[in-house]
Design a protein around this ligand. Structure first.
Ligand SMILES: N[C@@H](CCSC[C@H]1O[C@@H](n2cnc3c(=O)[nH]cnc32)[C@H](O)[C@@H]1O)C(=O)O
Ligand SMILES: [Zn+2]
Length: 432
């Protein structure tokens, strides 16, 4: 594989060092060198990218997605979560063919690459199609078959989940990893939940699950089990040994937060989806105080409307400041850390990605700063969180491969993509 040398770029490594101007050398899928000035040895071939007036940072990592739901973007807004899910999303999802899933996933991936996301955690169905799209587009992903047991054929879903794990773990040059995905406390009764936990422990599989997204969920679980949703998972033993990726975790009381303390994995905070569905504000400050890892995700585009992680960073910071009436809460640097390092840890990729460091996987983005809304540069971290958006990303690199350069996608034919998406989306929602 060839070398790529990015020169004269402002590096935000997300280690403890402050931003500095320098060069970064990628050799195949690995970051080979970072320094003030690097030159390719004479006669050595490689691509040189001029990073002047650009910032380089680790690729953003979306810790909670349902990629094919991009097909349902804008189709059913301004509804309560349970109505939105049961009356709109689920009937539409029943009509989705494997090919629809493939194109919907690809639409999300195009949007993610364009807005600087290099890796994501996905929970959905027809996972072979999503995996194929990941393989083609060049992204990194942790894939999960969503498991619901309030339907007659829950068992088939379990078979599909195991098939995904067998077939795709470590595939696409190691870019694909997998998890087990019991949907949520309200769609997974105690017995299958126990079986899933047993399986996860036995085979050392991480678990991706929704938790305490709405007040209705808290009421429903209390009526059924006399417990909070967190308590329900805790008593089932989920946090004993498994690495767990908890999506949302909005409605946690003090004791629930205590129950999560010491857990492996952590919480994907999805502030835009929570805002739009009126769910509430997750107790991010308290989770952090307990040493719980908090990353960032968008949720599907059916709820969040975009999958731009710059929006999530901004919303996460704003919400903590608003919630506490205290602008010192959740700084720009913390928000950047959540979208990179912390999300990487949620995906179990803390050794591979999330910071720019020699020996790590070459997943990074370049952001062009020659824009009115990004000048002058007093504090680059502030600028990226409070002023930038996904459209400012110029270049996206995953595993040493350039997926977007100068805002042109190199692994996706967008003309064909839009053609497919328009007709498929229309057919799926007709009459719902
Ligand atoms: N419905 C699938 C399995 C679940 S995949 C993941 C599911 O999560 C749903 N989903 C997406 N966003 C949210 C959310 O914010 N809360 C709860 N569920 C969601 C989504 O509609 C999808 O059905 C089946 O029949 O096999
Ligand atoms: Zn979700």
């Amino acid at each position: 594989m060839k070398k790529i040398l990015i020169k004269n770029v402002t590096l935000i490594t997300m280690t403890n060092e402050p931003p500095f101007v320098g060069d970064i050398l990628l050799d195949g899928d690995i970051i080979a060198e970072i320094g003030r000035e690097i030159n390719l040895p004479a006669g050595e071939a490689g691509e040189i990218i001029d990073g002047t007036d650009m910032a380089a940072l680790p690729g953003l990592i979306n810790a909670h997605q349902h990629t094919p739901m991009s097909l349902l973007r804008g189709f059913s807004d301004d509804l309560k979560l349970m109505d939105w899910l049961e009356r709109k999303m689920q009937p539409a999802e029943e009509r989705m063919t494997p090919e629809d899933i493939y194109w919907g996933a690809k639409l999300s991936m195009a949007e993610m690459i364009r807005s600087g996301t290099t890796a994501f955690a996905d929970m959905y169905m027809h996972m072979n199609e999503i995996a194929a799209a990941v393989e083609e587009t060049g992204m990194r992903a942790s894939l999960t078959r969503g498991l619901v047991f309030t339907v007659p054929d829950g068992g088939r879903r379990m078979t599909e989940a195991l098939d995904l794990i067998e077939r795709w773990s470590g595939a696409a040059d190691g870019r694909i990893t997998t998890m087990l995905g019991p949907h949520s406390p309200y769609l997974v009764p105690p017995e299958p939940l126990g079986e899933i936990i047993e399986l996860a422990e036995m085979r050392d599989l991480p678990v991706h699950i929704h938790l305490a997204e709405t007040r209705e969920e808290v009421i429903q679980i209390r009526e059924k089990y006399r417990m909070t949703p967190t308590e329900y998972l805790y008593h089932a033993g989920l946090f004993d040994k498994c690495h767990v990726l908890l999506a949302h975790s909005v409605h946690l009381n003090r004791r629930d937060i205590g129950r999560l303390s010491g857990m492996q994995g952590g919480v994907s905070h999805n502030p835009v989806s929570n805002l739009k569905l009126g769910c509430g504000i997750a107790p991010v400050s308290e989770l952090l105080e307990q040493g719980i890892t908090v990353g960032l995700g968008t949720d599907g585009a059916g709820s969040a409307a975009t999958v731009d992680m710059f929006e999530e960073m901004r919303a996460a910071a704003w919400l903590q400041k608003l919630d506490y009436g205290d602008p010192t809460r959740l700084s720009a640097r913390q928000a950047l850390g959540m979208a990179t390092r912390e999300s990487a840890a949620l995906l179990g990729l803390q050794q591979e990605v999330g910071i720019l460091e020699v020996g790590r996987k070459a997943d990074l983005i370049l952001i062009s700063l020659n824009k009115p809304h990004l000048q002058p540069v007093h504090n680059l971290e502030s600028l990226l969180v409070y002023s930038a958006n996904g459209a400012d990303v110029d270049t996206t690199i995953v595993n040493g491969k350039v997926l977007m350069r100068g805002r042109r996608l190199l692994t996706i034919d967008e003309e064909e993509l839009f053609r497919q998406v328009r007709t498929r989306a229309q057919r799926i929602v007709e009459g719902i």
